[in-house]
Design a protein around this ligand. Sequence first.
Ligand code: SAH
Ligand code: SF4
Length: 348
Amino acid sequence: MPPIKTSTDSLTGLFPAEIAERIEAPLMRGRQLFQWLHKKRVFDIDAMTDMSKTDRARIGERHFLTALTPALRQESRKTGAQKALFELADGETIESVLLAQGSRITLCLSSQAGCALGCTFCATGQAGFRRDLSPAEITEQALRLLEGVEYSADSTPNIVYMGMGEPFHNYDAVMKSIHLLMHIEGLHIGARKITVSTAGDVAGILHFAEEPWQVRLSVSLHAADDDLRSRLVPLNRRYPLRELHDALKHYQEKRNRQITIEWVLMDDVNDSPAQAKALVTYLKGLDAAVNLIPWNAVPSLPYLPSPIHKRERFMEILGKAGIKATLRKERGDDIEAACGQLRNIRQD
Ligand code: SAH
Ligand code: SF4
């Protein structure tokens, strides 16, 4: 069978009513198609047997159902994490990850092909920016990762926007994808199971504070002094720590939600007791939980993962200061699948 043709603007990025409008059919038909794509995760029009052959032929000829062509899927023997590489209609490629811990599934989605922010420890950032992803290209990653995956109602997957790209630099497409993933006739993911991760884009955080939902926010901080943070996350030069703090405070006043702080621990870079104490000071006045993540080695980059005793020491200082912190283990590192360490492997 020849590969199914894809388009950046495919039906997987549309709500039921938009599908109906696109295919010039009644709403009922739009809902049917939406359910095939989102609920059953079936992408082949010929398998959609509750539509007449004529209808299927007409829709299949004139419209693009999907945006992604699965190109590669790797499973980590150690952790069960799966990394998927997808090809886009214009030949760009993106990656997504499915992490499974017991019955808990987490999907890590990309929001852009590449990233323009150039964080110095991040493989995606070092590879540069290609383009924004469309709502279809973002949403379909989740649908494809869950193709053939069964889960019970009490274990609906978590979604994290922690793949390639800065979600707030592609704001509208990311927001639409969230609405599509929450749709009651589709995956129906609860808002609280979705997390958007930002490198600290203040404009995006302020915008996000106005969204009337319970979708979570995570901030990749990595340093609590401006000198170091500006070196690790160049966006800090535009939005320094004080301004970021004010935006997070505003977000919490508006949404009343705990935020997550991501801190990727690199040996002798940001894992000292003094830096842990600086983080404690920075978090004053914020309701935040900290995720400590060992840096996943990227061979060409001049960092080393923080050794376990330093990670534990860092964690202890946070704990003693009454800050909720978790020390994450590497996940899927044997296939380079760890979320946040994604890059276009075909460009290697
Ligand atoms: N651009 C957004 C979301 C994508 S990056 C952001 O920066 O938050 C997702 C997470 O992966 C971020 O917390 C980022 O700091 C982290 N990350 C990037 N490279 C990593 C690496 N090599 N090892 C571990 N985490 C990494
Ligand atoms: Fe972009 Fe996030 Fe990587 Fe920074 S860490 S370069 S913001 S993807």
